[in-house]
Design a protein around this ligand. Structure first.
Ligand code: KIV
Ligand code: NA
Length: 262
């Protein structure tokens, strides 16, 4: 089918249809998700945690994001691919953000960037969009702010959160991602803006939903937030296969005749 674009997403919102979005960090996973018909793939800076094993999203660098964005961009034939601006590319000077956003468009086959923050980011969003870089705003819980906030908490200041989303829309953001807010806030934001909204832990009254794929498929271990639906147990599958392989090597049943050159 045709490529999902900013216009496709706006049409979905205008026609009351949903948008499915998932994170992807590598070629094979992105290919599977793209072929399954996921609308938007996000090369999230969550890769710092779920791929690289860091405690927060802060350590991942722009060069590392580009490396993963190259893989996902090569795999996606239908999905729109959005790439996170990693800390502090969206916090330093505005020119730096335009430069880093342009790197995504020039060096990878991806289509847009995501930037954490709302009203305080309006001038940055405007500069990037003016430069030809589609921006998805990210309001509510902002993982890049975790050390200032002192942890990951549900964000409940409806008035400020709605103002963030409205400011992002006015600055030219094509979509607003909303993380970890009560359902009422997700609805209030979605009613206040005319661009599509995509929620993660923002309840059902938004245009679309996003999850971190390793959480969805049960690849991450340990704590997972309340908003995650774990729909498979891939970690258990891998553990079981690894242990069966180990036993087959130990007892000599692998390799068999079929797996051996005569
Ligand atoms: O990095 C990421 O995976 C994200 C999602 C949580 C939306 O920003
Ligand atoms: Na992110």
């Amino acid at each position: 089918g045709k490529r999902v674009t900013t216009r496709t997403l706006q049409r979905r919102r205008d026609q009351g249809q949903s948008i499915s979005m998932l994170t992807a960090y590598d070629f094979p996973t992105a290919q599977i998700l793209d072929q399954a018909g996921i609308d938007v793939l996000l090369v999230g800076d969550s890769l710092a945690m779920v791929v690289a094993g860091h405690e927060t999203t802060l350590p991942v660098t722009m060069d590392q994001m580009i490396y993963h964005a190259e893989m996902v961009g090569r795999a996606a034939k239908h999905a729109m691919v959005v790439v996170d601006l990693p800390f502090p590319e969206g916090q330093l000077g505005i020119n730096r953000s335009v430069h880093s956003g342009a790197r995504v468009l020039k060096e990878t086959q991806c289509h847009a960037v995501k930037l954490e923050g709302g009203a305080e980011q309006s001038r940055r969003i405007e500069a990037m969009v003016t430069a030809g870089i589609p921006v998805m705003a990210h309001v509510g819980l902002r993982p890049q702010n975790v050390l200032v906030d002192g942890g990951y908490r549900v964000q409940r200041d409806t008035e400020a959160l709605v103002a963030d989303a409205v400011a992002a829309e006015q600055a030219g953001a094509f979509c607003v991602l909303i993380e970890c807010v009560p359902s009422d806030v997700g609805r209030a934001i979605t009613q206040a803006v005319s661009v599509p909204t995509i929620g993660i832990g923002a309840g059902p009254h938004v245009t679309g939903q996003v999850l971190v794929t390793p959480d969805l498929i049960g690849m991450t271990t340990g704590y997972t937030p309340k908003f995650v639906r774990k729909m498979a147990s891939v970690a258990e599958t891998i553990a079981k296969v690894a242990s069966e392989y180990k036993n087959a090597v130990a007892d000599g049943s692998f390799p068999g005749d079929d797996e051996t050159f005569a």
